[in-house]
Design a protein around this ligand. Structure first.
Ligand SMILES: *Cc1c(COP(=O)(O)O)cnc(C)c1O
Length: 361
């Protein structure tokens, strides 16, 4: 058994994907070929935003979003301490200061109550300019955006959704309005790393926004800060385009994605039915849909349970065993052990079971 079975997915889509790749080989427009724009249109429609801008990976997508929001030295950017490194890395890469926030015990996502405490403490300290929040849809579950949007507005902070793991997730409110991951905050980002819910066959990413000005800036920034004339550069940017072949593969994967999302949720239901009364299984709040980037459980006996699964030939993984405030590179921020009780407890107890749309054929 595989933790994520990309080969089984390829077998299922082989004819369609092979044809798409062959098309690119035939037309030869490997950089910014027609498939890139086609994919951007499909992505924007799926997510329900005005603009999707493809780029080279999910880390660049965060960096591009932060460049657009002018996140820089002296800025405080709040993010969860229990996340993948890139969330915090990109804040520091802009020379801004990551301000870590504890997690919600049930959803594993950024805790709005702790967030507000840390915003108030940062204001009281008076050293940093309050700038933005980066929320993460950890393991596929959208963060608590109704609360996060309220807090962002109250303190005049920009809100970035890191939907690298969240693509396909959604929140439906009591009035029945459904919002899909990638549509929250001022700008949202995702990753098409192969193991993510929507993955390509290499590196890829995208940025989502409803703001026309941001979209124009993003298109310039991903190609060396180009102006209207390709060889007149009007700002310092990056080289962060999505390869045409990856866009071609993603077009077929995106077409299949709604079916895969249903299958992933069926598998989560089966896990819950089999394990729910024995183990601390993940819970999805009312109105939320997870894209199940990971199926993550919590146990004090993690090592014992993982060893038992291993004997049965079932692979398990730990996401994540080290919080951001525990990373060597962030020691300079001066956080102490014990400052993030929920996240620290999760880092010691979480483990994930295999999750992909092809476990059940
Ligand atoms: C994977 C991931 C990223 C980075 O994506 P890459 O495409 O690998 O650069 C950023 N944030 C989170 C939460 C991720 O899981």
């Amino acid at each position: 058994m595989q933790f994520i079975d990309l080969a089984a997915q390829y077998q299922h889509l082989k004819t369609r994907i092979d044809k798409r790749i062959q098309n690119v080989l035939d037309h030869g427009q490997y950089i910014m070929g027609p498939e890139v724009q086609e994919l951007e249109e499909e992505l924007a429609e799926y997510v329900g935003v005005k603009h999707a801008i493809a780029c080279a990976n999910g880390t660049d997508a965060l960096t591009l979003a932060m460049m657009v929001l002018d996140i820089k030295e002296g800025d405080a950017v709040f993010c969860p301490t229990f996340t993948f490194f890139a969330t915090a890395e990109t804040i520091a890469f802009q020379k801004a200061t990551p301000v870590f926030v504890d997690s919600d015990e049930i959803t594993f996502n950024i805790c709005p109550i702790d967030l507000e405490k840390r915003i108030k403490a940062t204001i009281a300290e008076g050293k940093l300019n309050l700038k933005a929040i980066v929320a993460v849809d950890l393991f596929g579950l959208p963060a608590n955006y109704p609360e996060l949007e309220r807090i962002a507005e109250k303190y005049n902070l920009k809100l970035i959704e890191d939907a690298a793991q969240g693509f396909g997730g959604s929140i439906t409110d009591q009035q029945g309005n459904k919002r899909i991951a990638g549509s929250f905050g001022d700008i949202a980002t995702t990753s098409f790393f192969p193991a993510k819910p929507l993955g390509c066959y290499g590196d890829g990413g995208a940025v989502f926004t409803n703001n026309d000005e941001y979209a124009e800036l993003l298109k310039s920034l991903r190609v060396h800060g180009k102006g209207n004339d390709k060889y007149d550069n009007v700002r310092i940017g990056m080289n962060s385009r999505l390869d045409t072949i990856q866009a071609a593969i993603l077009l077929e994967k995106l077409a299949e994605f709604p079916q895969e999302l249903i299958k992933r949720n069926k598998i989560a239901q089966q896990y819950e039915a089999e394990l729910g009364d024995k183990l601390n299984t993940p819970k999805v709040p009312v109105g939320y849909v997870s894209s199940w980037a990971q199926y993550t459980l919590v146990s004090e006996k993690r090592d014992e349970i993982m060893a038992k699964y291993k004997k049965q030939g079932i692979p398990t993984m730990i996401y994540y065993g080290t919080c951001m405030h525990q990373q060597t590179v962030f020691r300079y921020l001066g956080y102490e052990q014990g400052g993030f009780p929920v996240a620290e407890r999760l880092a010691k107890r979480v483990f994930s079971l295999p999750m992909h749309g092809y476990i059940i054929r």
